[in-house]
Design a protein around this ligand. Structure first.
Ligand code: FDA
Length: 305
């Protein structure tokens, strides 16, 4: 119920204005987002890499409605990739892109062209791109664009969401040599017709999908903070003899940093998903919807003002 309310608020411009202008917001945002500019992203990436982590950077933004906005996002990614390369932070750092921020809702070909330009820049910088997955109405389009991008840039990665009923089948299709798949539970409000609703069913689907990816020939990226899913991932890595160059764990910036450090110390590859940029509202609201403890953090920041 609470999750539904927050996810509904994540789409409200009125609530967005209220949250964005509230005095406590800055502290809350800072926990989950590196900052607003490329410099902030670079500084946070340096710190994470120095701690033995790898990084994927997300320039925050979604639901772009004009070709000009989409081009601006594309150019920000190209600038970022150049900066990361110049700082010697590739290939430890790669980028994650939302196709909606590259114009997917304006025109699929436009999103493909922009994503292709980002892939070219990533290749020049010696690193990779992973396509984030948004709500289920975009899944087919995103996987079609992924297939086209992989013709010239085979290391382009995809995100699959375990809460979707279709995802086991998508995992089977993508568990092939050279394919990089980030498996997460899923963060959007989806109807019962396409998505499991009970947390237990989502978890069971996550394990089935994890098994398919770990048994397959691709490169699994297990994106979760869930201790049970992480333990199962560690177990399957031993079973399938997958070392740190054959799969990785991924977590969001600011969430369970001590667990990220523990996994690094155990010898695993761990990638932190690092968002930055001005358009942080939708991202922040999805994080708050995921976990009541995050809301308590929000409340504490409010109370301290
Ligand atoms: P869940 O939220 O079910 O939590 C399970 C358990 O994990 C909790 O009970 C607790 O023990 C622990 N836990 C979780 N959060 C914690 C916290 N803040 N502090 C301490 N313990 C905590 N989604 C999407 O739809 N499209 C996408 O492209 C992506 N991309 C993406 C990339 C990466 C790298 C990650 C990690 C996640 C995504 N997501 C995503 C988000 C994802 O779908 C999901 O919403 C969140 O990761 C939360 O799910 P968990 O698997 O962490 O478990």
């Amino acid at each position: 119920m609470l999750r539904s309310v927050i996810l509904a608020a994540s789409r409200s411009t009125r609530v967005e204005r209220l949250v964005a202008t509230a005095p406590f917001t800055r502290d809350v945002v800072r926990r989950f987002v590196a900052g607003e500019g490329t410099d902030d992203a670079l500084r946070a990436t340096r710190e994470l890499v120095a701690d033995g982590l790898t990084v994927t950077l997300d320039n925050l933004g979604e639901d772009v409605v004009t070709a000009e906005q989409a081009a601006a996002t594309r150019d920000e990614y190209r600038t970022l990739l150049g900066v990361l390369r110049a700082a010697g932070l590739t290939p430890a750092a790669e980028v994650s892109v939302k196709l909606s921020a590259l114009g997917q809702r304006v025109d699929e070909q436009l999103a493909y062209d922009n994503a292709k330009a980002v892939c070219v820049a990533a290749q020049e910088a010696g690193t990779t791109v992973t396509l984030d997955m948004e709500d289920h109405t975009t899944t087919d389009s995103t996987l079609d664009i992924l297939a086209r991008l992989r013709e010239d840039h085979p290391s382009t990665g995809a995100v699959l969401q375990a809460y979707l009923r279709r995802t086991e089948s998508d995992c089977r299709d993508l568990a092939t040599a050279g394919s990089r798949v980030r498996l997460c539970k899923g963060a959007y409000k989806e109807p019962e017709s396409v998505a499991y609703q009970a947390a237990r069913d989502v978890d069971k689907s996550y394990v089935r999908c994890l098994n398919i990816l770990m048994a397959g020939d691709g490169y699994p990226m297990l994106a979760t903070h869930d201790p049970r899913m992480i333990a199962i991932g560690e177990d399957r890595a031993r079973w399938f003899d997958r070392g740190p160059d054959r799969f990785e764990f991924q977590m969001l910036y600011g969430i369970r940093p001590e667990e990220q450090a523990r996994l690094v110390a155990e010898g695993h590859t761990v990638r932190t998903y690092l968002p930055y940029g001005q358009d942080w509202y939708g991202y922040l609201m999805r994080r708050l919807a995921e976990r009541p403890a995050n809301l308590a953090f929000f409340g504490r920041a409010l109370a301290s003002k």
